[in-house]
Design a protein around this ligand. Structure first.
Ligand code: G6P
Length: 610
C-alpha cells in the first residue's frame, strides 16, 4: 500500500527519494510523485503509473536540492491518475504533504474550508489535509504548530510528511495508525513508511509512536506528541542486510522467497528449539507463561495468508495443548462485539505487523482486557509494539506481494508456541522429543521439496490455460488447500477455490468436468483413505488430479494424473512441506501467463487501510 520517503541531509534528495520509492514498489501502488525544495521554491512532479514513469518526466532536469518528500499511492479516494497522485499542496502552493491512511472526517473539514473560499483540485482526502494545514498556517505562521493543530482536528489514520517553502530548512512528519520510521544517519535523516527505503543509508532508526510527530532540520530532530508534549525516542538498530531486499539472481522476489524457506524455517526455530529436552524456549512469552498455562481459550485474529496460518494453529494447539481455539478474520472480529473474557489470550498473526484490521482487532481485545500476543515478522512494527508479548518469526523482509516464506515461518512459530504451552500443560517428554526432533529435520526436507520445482513447472505449462482450479485437503492440510488457491488467484488471476476435501460433495463437485484441475493434498495420515475416496469421486467425473503425496506412496499413482512427492514428517508439520509445491505451482502458472508475479494487480503487500 502507499509508501512514503522523506530526506534531509547532504546528498541530492532526488536520488535518495527515487531509490527509496523503488525500494517501496513491492508494497503495491498505482502512482508516484516527489517534491523537493529547489532554490527555496517547491518543485513537484507526479504521475500515474510506475516509478519508472515518474523518472521519465524527471529525465534531464537537474535538481540539486538536499530536502524532499516522495510517495507511491495506492488509490482509496479517487481513481489513480496524475491529479490524485501525491504530493498534494495547500491553496497557496507553498505547503505540500504526502499522506498514507484515511482522513475519516474529510467531508466536514472540506465543507468548512469550502465555505471559507478554499478550493480543491483532486478527489483525495489527503488534499483536504494539505489545504487544512495551509489554512491554519495562515493564522499561526508556524509550520510545526500548523501541522500539530490540524492533526488534532483529524479523525482517521495518517503517516504524514509536510514540506513548505515558508520554512525551507524543515520537514515535519507524524503518524497515527500508519507506520513512520526515521533513519538517523550522519548529518542526514531519511523518513519512510518502511525500513526497506532506509537501510541503504543507515541502520539506526526511530519508530514514531501513534500521535507522535517529528520535526527534522539540517541540525537535528525533535519529537513531540500531537498534544504538544516533548517525547524522548530510543534509537533502534535494524539487523537485516540490503541483500535481503534484492533478488539475488532469482527472476522474481517470490521465487527467491520460496527458495529461502529451508533457511527461514530454520531461522524461526534457531535458538528456540531444545531438541534434547523436547521443549522450546521462547523469551518473548516468558512474561505471559502463567497466563498461557492457565488459558481456557485462545483466539487467533489475522487476515489473508496469516489467517490461513491461524487455521493450522487452531488444529495444532487444540491437539497439543487441549485449549479451545477460535480463528477470526480481524475485519469481522473488530466490528462484531466479540465475547472476550479477561483470561482469554488473543494472538494477532501478521507478516507486516501493520495490517489495519489486525491492529484494530487486537486493540479491541485489549480494551476487553484479554492478554494480547503477536506473531509478527517485521520487527518494531505497530502490531509488535502494541501487543503484551509475542514471538517474531524472523523470516527477513518479504518483498513478493504473495506471502510465501512468512507462511511457513508463521507455522513454525505456531508449533513452537504449541509445544511451549503443551509442555506446561502435560505433553509428555517422549512426545515433546518426537515433535522437536521432527521440527529440526524440516529444513532438509524443505530442500527435498524444492527439488520438485522442474516437475511443477511442467505441470504449470500443461494447466496454465484452465479457467478454474479446485484445491482440496483435510485436517492440517485443509488450510493449505485454502492457501494454495489464494496463491493462484493472487498472482495468476485464475479463479481458484480451496475446500475441505469432504465438503466437495456439498457444492464444488458440480463444477468438476474434464476441464477442471483439482489439486489434492493427500499426504499419509489417519484420514488418507478418506482423501483417496474423494480423489476417486473427482476421477469418476473426469476431473484432472494433481496430488501432493508422501514419498513412497505408490498407490496414489493409480488415481492421480500427476503426483508431487514430499518427504514424510509428523502430520501436524506437513503443511510446512505441502504448501511449497502449491506456491511453486502458482508461481510457474503466473510466469507462464506473463503476469507481474511480484506486484499483482490491485493487491498491496501491507494493507494499512481498512
Ligand atoms: C495482504 C497481503 C497478503 C497478506 C495479508 C495480511 O493482503 O497481500 O499477502 O497475507 O495482507 O497481511 P499481514 O501483513 O497482516 O500478514
Amino acid at each position: 500500500m502507499c509508501g512514503i520517503v522523506g530526506y534531509i541531509g547532504r546528498q541530492k534528495a532526488i536520488n535518495v527519494l527515487i531509490d527509496g520509492l523503488e525500494r517501496l514498489e513491492y508494497r503495491g501502488y498505482d502512482s508516484a510523485g516527489i517534491t523537493v525544495i529547489e532554490n527555496n521554491q517547491l518543485f513537484t512532479r507526479k504521475k500515474a503509473g510506475k516509478v519508472s514513469d515518474l523518472k521519465k518526466i524527471l529525465d534531464g532536469i537537474e535538481l540539486k536540492s538536499n530536502i524532499g518528500i516522495a510517495h507511491t499511492r495506492w488509490a482509496t479516494h479517487g481513481e489513480p491518475n496524475d491529479k490524485n497522485a501525491h504530493p498534494h499542496s495547500d491553496n497557496s502552493g507553498n505547503i505540500v504533504i504526502v499522506h498514507n491512511g484515511i482522513i475519516e472526517n474529510y467531508k466536514a473539514i472540506k465543507k468548512t474550508l469550502t465555505d471559507k473560499g478554499y478550493f480543491f483540485r483532486s478527489d483525495t482526502d489527503s488534499e483536504i489535509l494539505a489545504v487544512f494545514i495551509g489554512y491554519i498556517y495562515n493564522k499561526v505562521k508556524d509550520l510545526e504548530e500548523a501541522v500539530r493543530l490540524a492533526l488534532s482536528e483529524v479523525d482517521g489514520t495518517f503517516g504524514l510528511v509536510v514540506l513548505s517553502s515558508y520554512e525551507p530548512d524543515k520537514m515535519i512528519a507524524a503518524r497515527r495508525g500508519s507506520p513512520m520510521v526515521c533513519g538517523v544517519g550522519e548529518n542526514e535523516y531519511i523518513l519512510a513508511s518502511d525500513t526497506s527505503a532506509i537501510i541503504k543509508h543507515t541502520r539506526n532508526v526511530i519508530y514514531l509512536s501513534d500521535n507522535e510527530m517529528i520535526t527534522l532540520s539540517y541540525n537535528g530532530i525533535q519529537t513531540k506528541t500531537i498534544d504538544n508534549q516533548i517525547t524522548d525516542n530510543q534509537i533502534h538498530h535494524i539487523d537485516f542486510e540490503i541483500s535481503q531486499i534484492e533478488k539475488g539472481g532469482f527472476e522474481h522476489f517470490m521465487l527467491k522467497e520460496i527458495f529461502e524457506q529451508a533457511q527461514t524455517v530454520q531461522d524461526a526455530f534457531r535458538g528456540r528449539l531444545q531438541v534434547n529436552e523436547g521443549t522450546v524456549r521462547l523469551g518473548g512469552l516468558r512474561s505471559v507463561a502463567e497466563v498461557l498455562k492457565n488459558a481456557k481459550r485462545i483466539i487467533f485474529t489475522a487476515c489473508g495468508t496469516s489467517w490461513h496460518s491461524a487455521l493450522v494453529g487452531e488444529y495444532i494447539i487444540e491437539n497439543l495443548c487441549n485449549i479451545s481455539v477460535e480463528v477470526e478474520y480481524a475485519s469481522e472480529f473488530r466490528y462484531r462485539n466479540p465475547v472476550i473474557y479477561p483470561d482469554d489470550v488473543v494472538i494477532a498473526i501478521s507478516q507486516s505487523g501493520e495490517t489495519a484490521d489486525t491492529l484494530a482487532a487486537l486493540r479491541e481485545a485489549k480494551k476487553k482486557s484479554a492478554t494480547v500476543l503477536g506473531v509478527v515478522n517485521v520487527v518494531g512494527s505497530s502490531i509488535a509494539r502494541d501487543t503484551d508479548a509475542g514471538v517474531y518469526i524472523h523470516a527477513g523482509p518479504e518483498i513478493g506481494v504473495a506471502s510465501t516464506k512468512a507462511f511457513t515461518s508463521q507455522l513454525t512459530v505456531l508449533i513452537l508456541i504449541a509445544i511451549y504451552i503443551g509442555r506446561m500443560r502435560g505433553i509428555s517428554l517422549p512426545d515433546g522429543l518426537k515433535l522437536t526432533q521432527a521440527l529440526s529435520e524440516l529444513p532438509k526436507k524443505i530442500e527435498e521439496v524444492l527439488k520438485t520445482a522442474d516437475d511443477i513447472k511442467a505441470i504449470a505449462k500443461e494447466y496454465c490455460n484452465a479457467r478454474n482450479f479446485l484445491y482440496l485437503g483435510r485436517g492440517y492440510n485443509f488450510p493449505v488447500a485454502l492457501e494454495g488457491a489464494l496463491k493462484l488467484k493472487e498472482i495468476s488471476y485464475i479463479h481458484a477455490e480451496g475446500y475441505p476435501a469432504a465438503e466437495m460433495k456439498h457444492g464444488p463437485i458440480a463444477l468438476i468436468d474434464e476441464n477442471m484441475p483439482v489439486v489434492f493434498i493427500a499426504t499419509k495420515d489417519e484420514i488418507y483413505d478418506k482423501v483417496i475416496s474423494n480423489i476417486e469421486e473427482v476421477k469418476a467425473r473426469k476431473g484432472k488430479v494433481i496430488a501432493i503425496a508422501t514419498e513412497g506412496d505408490e498407490q496414489i499413482k493409480q488415481y492421480a494424473n500427476h503426483v508431487i512427492y514430499i518427504p514424510e514428517t509428523i502430520p501436524m508439520l506437513t503443511p510446512i512441506l505441502s504448501v511449497i509445491p502449491l506456491q511453486l505451482l502458482a508461481y510457474y502458472i503466473a510466469v507462464e501467463l506473463g503476469c507481474n508475479v511480484d506486484q499483482p494487480r490491485n493487491l498491496a503487500k501491507s494493507v494499512t487501510v481498512e
